[in-house]
Structure formats: structure tokens, C-alpha cells
Write a protein of this length. Sequence first.
Length: 425
Amino acid sequence: MRWVVLILLFFGAVINFADKSIVGLAAVPIMKEFDLSYAEWGLVGSSYYWLYPVTGIFGAAWADRLGAKKVLGSIMLIWTVLQFGVLAITALPLLILYRILLGAFEGPYSPIAYSHADKWFPPKLKGFANSVVVGGGTVGAMIVAPILVSLITIFGWKVAFAALGAASLVWFFLFQFLTKENPVEVHEQVQKKKKAKLEKINMKDFLVLLASPTALFTTLAYFSTYILVVWFSVWLPIYLVEAIKMTPGQMGTSVAIIGVVSVCIYMGVSMISDHLFKKNQNWRSSRVYVVAGSMILGALFFSSIMIFQNPIWVIGAMCLAKGLTYAILPIGPTIMINEMQERGGLMTSILTSSGNIAGIVAPLVTGYIISLAGGNQLLGYNLSILFMATLVLVFGILFALFVKPVKSTENQANEQTGDIDLKSS
């Protein structure tokens, strides 16, 4: 059962990130249809995240209370309505309103999915399980790009958006009928205890926890990487067409290649992290140093495309940059959940929602930087790349220096008994 849950969480992430990224793939026809400037397009990209951080926190807290299955099913139905509603968009204000609402109801998915996967897998597989969920995001954002580009080219961007609405509806029925809330009945009792603890949480202690070096610098590292997530979603297709001079077909294929290779890389990094954790039970060496090293290398590869503009190098460097920097996305939630296990959904939502503030900032900053470069689009893109690579590099170093997760005896106990407990599921 746990693998069924994980597969469906994977496909839910595919839909979630396809919804995010399709606007980037359709950037050229949308900008042409509504006669948008780069600054206006940056506003469209940013609007998706205006409510995303807030609803992510509240949605995940709601899932802790009511159950992930109910909340995920509810928000997926709303995605369906919104994606079909795109057929009525006729002007920029409606496009922005649609993106705001879609972001508001898609915000809770990732933290709930990470927390839900965490319940089904023992510590030695948690990094891998979360990397599968993150992998769904990359598939949705990049690997299905050729399919989405074809739909946009043949049927128009509105029909392509509606097709994702249909996929959301199918996922809703599969998740409701093929999964259950908890792996074993014992976990249901644990969930009841968790709900009781929700009422007794000490807000002062909770805020102190969030301000601790581990929580703070994990969140900042996630924030810096999420700037890249948003850039890959909103600006990469335009960058490949305008700066690297690719055709739409070449762009779609390149985006898919970057997606496939990067998934393999960050899943591999997560498996290495899990292996080291199983071997030594040391959070610093198995989680923190592995992620920090990956982020630093990824930032260097990303910055290299400012110097080497050859399309082959650009694709290869982006594969490595995306795969290595994304290591924080599956491992970060594991670190945050470990800091306060009884509030796993809330902790991951704070991480992802705080990181998603980058989604508000990144498109606007990128659009502004490109506009400042005037007619020199390549210079504008290079400056935005330098800005993002520097952030990832700096926060990767700070992550390595200051993140020191607490040693969890519960995790060690689960490591010894987790496989036995979950066999019945």
C-alpha cells in the first residue's frame, strides 16, 4: 500500500508542477495574445505565489487535523475547476486572478505530500520517498514539456490548461479509492494524540524553534533553491528561445532532457544521503553536508552558462545545476519534520511556504533585471543567473555551517522497527 500511496503522490506532484510550469511553456503565445511586456510577464509569474505561502501553512495544519487524504482530495477538485475556468480568460487581470487562485489552492500540496509520505516510510527510506515526490514536480515542470508544448501548438494554450484539469479529476478518484490515511491502525492512535497536542502547543517555544539555526538556515537554503525552481518554471523556456536561439520544438525537448537527468541526479543524492544515514545515524554528515555540497556544486555549474553559451553545454550545465541544487527539496522536509515530529505537516509547510516567498520575488526580479539590460537580452539573462547562483552558493555554505539537527531517538527506534511495522500495510 505504501508504494501505491507514493506513486499517487508522485503523480499529484506531476500535475501540481505542470500547472505551475505550463504558463512558462505558453509564455510566447500568451504574451503575444495579451501584448505583455517582460515586466508584465514577471507579474504573471509572481502572482501565482502571492497567497501560496499563507495557504501552504494553513492547508498543511488543516491536514494535520483532518487528515491528508481529505485535504488533498478537496484541493485537487478545486484545481480541476480552476483549470477548466481558464477557458474564460480574456484579459491580463483575469489571467492574474486565475494564477492567484491556482497558487492559493496548490500551495498546500507539497508540504502535505511530504508529511504524508513521511508517515508511510521508515527513516532509512524517507529521503528517497521525498525525492520521488520532488521527482514528480520535475516531471510535471519539465519532462512532460514536449507533450504540453504540442498541446499548446495544436490546440492552443487554453485547451492545454484544461487538459491538466481533467488529469486532476482522474487523480482525485484514484487517490480516494486506492489509498488510506495511515499505514497501520496504530498510527491512527498516534494521529489522535497529535491532534490533542495541536491544542497545547506553546507558541513561544514554537517561534524559538523556528528561529533556531537549524530551522532558519534550512528554510533559507530552501528559499534560495526555490528561486531556481521558479526560474526554471517561468523563464527557462523563454531563455532557451530568446538567448540560446532554440525553436519551440528544440526548447521543449531540451526542457525534458534537463528534467530527466536532474531527477536522476537528485534522487541519487537522496539515496546516498539515506545510505549514509542508515550507516552512521549522523544527521550532519548524511543530510547536511551532502545537501550543502550539492548546492555549492550546482551553483557553480549554473553560473558557468554565463561564460559558455554553446547549447550543448547550457543543457548539460543546467542538468547538473538543477539536479544538485534540488537536493535540499527532498532532504529539507526530513530535517524540519525531525525538529518537531508531532507537527510534521506544519513544519514542512513553514519550510515550503517560506521558501515559496521566492516565487513572489523571483519572477519580478528576473523581469526587472532583463528590462534593465535594455535591448541586450543575453546580458539581462546572465545578470539574473549570476544573482541566483550567488544566493544558492551563499546559503549552501551557511546551511553547512549552522544546520545541526537534533538527534531523534524516535527516528532511531523507527529505523529498527519501521520495516516490521509497515509490512502489514
